[in-house]
Design a binder for this molecule. Structure first.
Ligand SMILES: *Cc1c(COP(=O)(O)O)cnc(C)c1O
Length: 426
């Protein structure tokens, strides 16, 4: 499709991870409602992506719209230095109530990457304040994704996170193999042996372990045994390492539990939330930590935590986040996610019969079909759009994580489109 809008887009706009010289196709959207995106040419697509994990209640939801409108009439934004407001306070209380009980304080930021930066800085400041300033490295696993800012990128998978390109600016951290035991498969101790050895050998200079619990998202859409987290907690306790869980993708029900760490028996010292926090309406993220970490930082040399974004605790975002969590609590989201999981398992199973498919895996409202070769992003998005669905592959991964409100019929259209498109791939 050609239009002045697209021409200007091509000329001026960067899109995520794209080239200005060889642009990938983009499709103009004019509106969205429920699980549907309406394109400028009138076509409607069933959304399989929930706008990257975010739109859990679907688009244009009356309750979320009302929350934004009501807050807008009071104030869109005020600075958070020296001022406070009800949406922030109520949301902080709600997050403390619904997350593991050890997490008792909340730092609001404006994106997931910044929430990760905040978590890392908390860990470093904690050990500095505790009189162990040598603990400045992080320990993590391969296959992770924690955001695109430099601090976050330094703990992303070294290959997909392009560590060689940014070698001179990224701090070098410790990487263990990615957790290898699948979700649901029997646990084997050797899966965490390499990480345990790194912790044993280097704990004097490690501040924290950072990991996405159970679901590795953008680093490979991999679901691993929650037993890994139980062991990881023991290792962290043994060697004085803080444990950071990045639940920016998994938070708010996506994996079948409200937070993915609930698949395990353990809680982190620091928790990062984002993405679905506002039901996909506004950009907002939060970093929660324990009273102990908070008080140690506050009693340390600086006496304060050294971070403060301009748009910290934006009232519109906090108001819609509260409404989104309320909506979740009012619906039987567990049953919905379970139904999506069952249907994805049943309907994606036939993809295993296709020659180019190397794996099919499903957890909660996430379905993944892995193929042998990276997908051509110049053609494949068009194929999905022709099927009437919005599915955006990534590398050799074709995956869906639809809004929880999707009905069985629309979900079948997503899984059929995947089967059809994968069948056409080399
Ligand atoms: C998306 C994501 C981030 C980064 O969030 P942004 O809002 O894109 O900065 C960090 N961690 C995980 C696990 C994510 O999925």
């Amino acid at each position: 499709m050609n239009s002045p809008l697209l021409d200007t887009d091509r000329a001026l706009l960067w899109h995520p991870y794209t080239s200005m010289v060889e642009p990938l196709p983009v499709f103009p959207v004019v509106s969205a409602y429920g699980v549907r995106l309406r394109l400028a040419d009138g076509r409607e697509l069933i959304d399989g992506m929930a706008s990257w994990w975010c739109a859990i209640h679907g688009y244009n939801h009356p309750a979320l719209n009302a929350a934004v409108s009501a807050q807008l009439c009071d104030m869109a934004h005020v600075m958070f230095g020296g001022l406070t407001h009800e949406p922030a306070v109520r949301l902080a209380q709600k997050l403390v109530d619904i997350t593991p009980s050890a997490l008792q304080t909340v730092f609001f930021a404006d994106s997931g990457s910044v929430a990760v930066e905040v978590a890392i800085k908390m860990a470093l400041q904690y050990w500095a304040a505790a009189g162990r300033p040598g603990k400045q490295k992080l320990l993590t696993v391969r296959g992770g994704y924690h955001g695109d800012t430099c601090g976050a990128m330094a703990v992303c998978d070294p290959v997909t996170g392009m560590h060689s390109l940014f070698r001179n600016v990224l701090p070098a951290h410790y990487f263990a193999d990615k957790p290898g035991i699948r979700f649901g498969a029997p646990w084997q101790e050797k899966d965490i042996a390499a990480l345990a050895t790194l912790a044993e050998n280097h704990h004097e200079d490690i501040a924290a372990v950072i990991i996405e619990p159970v679901v590795q998202g953008a680093g490979g859409m991999w679901f691993y045994s929650p037993e890994y987290l139980n062991r990881l907690r023991e290792i962290c306790d043994r060697y004085d390492l803080l444990l950071i869980f990045d639940e920016i993708a998994t938070g708010f029900g996506r994996s079948g539990k409200l937070f993915a760490c609930e698949h395990s028996r353990v809680a982190p010292d620091i928790l990062c939330l984002g993405k679905a926090l506002t039901g996909g309406y506004m950009t907002l993220a939060a970093t929660l930590t324990s009273i102990q970490v908070a008080e140690t930082i506050s009693a340390g040399g600086q006496g304060v935590f050294m971070h403060g974004p301009t748009f910290m605790a934006n009232p519109l975002a906090c108001a819609v986040a509260l409404a989104s969590i309320k909506l979740l609590e009012q619906t039987d989201w567990q049953q919905r996610v379970k139904n999506i999981q069952n249907q994805l398992q049943t309907e994606l199973a036939r993809c295993r019969d296709l020659d180019n498919v190397t794996d099919v895996r499903v957890l909660g409202a996430i379905g993944v079909v892995e193929v042998a070769q990276p997908v051509d992003m110049h053609t494949v998005p068009h194929w999905f759009v022709e099927q009437g669905v919005w599915i955006r592959p990534f590398g050799s991964l074709i995956y869906v994580m639809p809004p929880y409100i999707i009905n069985a019929e629309d979900l079948t259209r997503l899984t059929s489109a995947i089967y059809h498109v994968v069948g056409k791939l080399p």
